[in-house]
Design a protein around this ligand. Structure first.
Ligand code: HEM
Length: 460
């Protein structure tokens, strides 16, 4: 039935994909969906059947339909594993009820606006300064960039949240946070493809736990070492009313103020919002920083142009040693480098799955019934030659500077680097300010040479 009679039977794709979701589970576990989906679209065209009930799209023109600001395509059951089990709970990433989602997002949104990030931006300078000093201590010896970018991301995010951090930079040891969050996201990536099997699994896990046999593990961020620090901070804040100008500016204080002033802000939402910052922000920021340094480090021409732009601004007295966001906000080459790195190495390496709504949809000439899971993989869309040019596979920041206004608009409008408009990343501005300041500060002090490349793994 799945192969010959199913409504998706005419959608092209590999044979195994049409008969079992386990085919996609296998590839998701192998963490290479970003490469797999690029190859599938090269072989089968703009629409590919990824699983009996799931299709992937490659043409950027479909972005608006599936991810547009008022698109009725909601998140699929793939997100169920990370959705809150408490009906009164909050988990923006996993929430599929859009009414609940908008209400919750409105409540925490003010903590992440442009103005509020600018107000607390100074908190990033301490970890940044420590990081530069630590790298200088190394005297130019090779470092593991991926490891250090995760450490830097953790200290930066924790500092801006609590005006304090675990100071992993000093020890150079992240206490397994990066390893543990990788395990968490890897599991989420495949478990969400088989939601009914997952329900059976969690049922069995609970029964086994109840008789003292915790044999099955569930994806959770609770084991992260950094979460213990977060919980300790939240607990001590709840007990003490003392604030300093730094703690007054941090994210935790803002959230506490919203909680106190909005009667519909449930007490448990404060902790969840804060935990979101690490769960959704830490490895995304770490990986994006690694991608920026990796791409620029491998391109001597780009690195020379970036150094020239920064040196020039320094000579003109427009930059401090630890630049503020305002000082680097208008450096065009720096911005193009970041945008280009995020285009080619997007943190999300899987199709962002949504559900075809009530009336069904006709896409790429195929009638897709309501309930079909549909999505586009940023790694595929971001390599579209019609939008990004014939050299779309190459790292070439100049493409944004050379583009006409209309072409530049097209490039930006089709970017999924921070998700689609209907569910875009609420931490986007915080992430962008942090990335811009960090990349500028590091290139002001160092030249980077890539000695050995780490292979990208598909993440979700
Ligand atoms: C460079 C860093 C970051 C990148 C590249 C990034 C990227 C993304 C992307 C692509 C999505 C959409 C996921 C989807 O549709 O399933 C997303 C959603 C989200 N991000 Fe970020 N993110 C970053 C940093 C952060 C930070 C610092 C926070 C913390 C506040 C954060 C919080 C979230 C949340 C809560 C969502 C869910 C929103 C929703 O489902 O509507 N992210 N992010």
């Amino acid at each position: 039935y799945q192969r010959f009679l199913h409504p998706l039977s005419k959608v092209p794709g590999p044979f195994l994909a049409s008969i079992t979701p386990l085919w996609l589970v296998y590839h998701s576990r192998a963490l290479h969906r970003h490469r797999l989906e690029i190859d599938l679209h090269k072989t089968y065209g703009p629409i590919v059947r990824l699983s009996p009930n799931e299709v992937s799209l490659s043409d950027p023109k479909n972005i608006k339909l599936v991810y547009g600001a008022s698109s009725p395509f909601v998140k699929s059951r793939w997100y169920e594993t990370i959705a809150s089990k408490d009906p009164e709970g909050m988990n923006l990433l996993g929430e599929s009820d859009m009414k609940k989602y908008h209400a919750q997002r409105r409540l925490i949104g003010p903590a992440f606006t442009t103005e509020s990030v600018k107000r607390r931006e100074f908190l990033l300078d301490k970890p940044m300064g420590k990081f530069v000093a630590k790298m200088k201590e190394g005297g130019g010896r090779p470092v593991d960039l991926v490891k250090w970018m995760n450490i830097l991301a953790l200290d930066l995010l924790t500092e801006i949240t609590f005006a304090e951090s675990m100071d992993y930079i000093s020890t150079g040891d992240d206490r397994d946070n990066a390893k543990d969050i990788d395990i968490f996201w890897q599991k989420v990536q495949w478990v969400g493809l088989v939601p009914d099997m997952w329900r059976g699994y969690t049922w069995a896990a609970e029964k086994l736990r109840n008789i003292g046999l915790p044999l099955l593990s569930e994806p959770t961020t609770h084991n992260l070492n950094i979460i213990k620090f977060y919980i300790a901070q939240l607990t001590s804040r709840a007990k003490s009313a003392t604030t300093t100008s730094a703690t007054h500016a941090d994210i935790a204080s803002d959230i506490a103020r919203f909680a106190a002033s909005h009667p519909n802000f449930k007490p448990q939402w404060a902790a969840t919002t804060i935990v979101h910052i690490i769960a959704a922000g830490f490895d995304t920021l770490g990986m994006t920083l690694s991608a920026c340094f990796g791409h620029i480090g491998r391109s001597p021409t780009s690195q020379a142009k970036l150094h020239a732009e920064l040196d020039n601004a320094l000579k003109e007295g427009q930059l401090d040693d630890a630049p503020s966001y305002e000082q680097v906000a208008n450096l065009p080459y720096l911005h193009s480098c970041l945008t280009e790195a995020m285009r080619l190495t997007t943190v999300i390496g899987v199709s962002l799955p949504r559900v075809v709504p009530g009336s069904g949809a006709v896409v790429e000439g195929h009638e897709l019934p309501a309930g079909t899971v549909i999505g586009a993989n940023p790694w595929v869309v971001h390599r579209d030659k019609g939008i990004y040019g014939e050299d779309a596979e190459e790292f070439r920041p100049e493409r944004y500077l050379e583009a006409s206004k209309e072409r530049r608009y097209e490039m930006d409008a089709h970017s999924l680097a921070f998700g689609g408009p209907s569910r875009s990343c609420p931490g986007r501005y915080l992430a962008w300010v942090t990335l811009t300041k960090t990349v500028a500060a590091i290139f002001l002090h160092f030249e980077i040479e890539v000695l050995e490349e780490a292979e990208a793994k598909s993440k979700c």
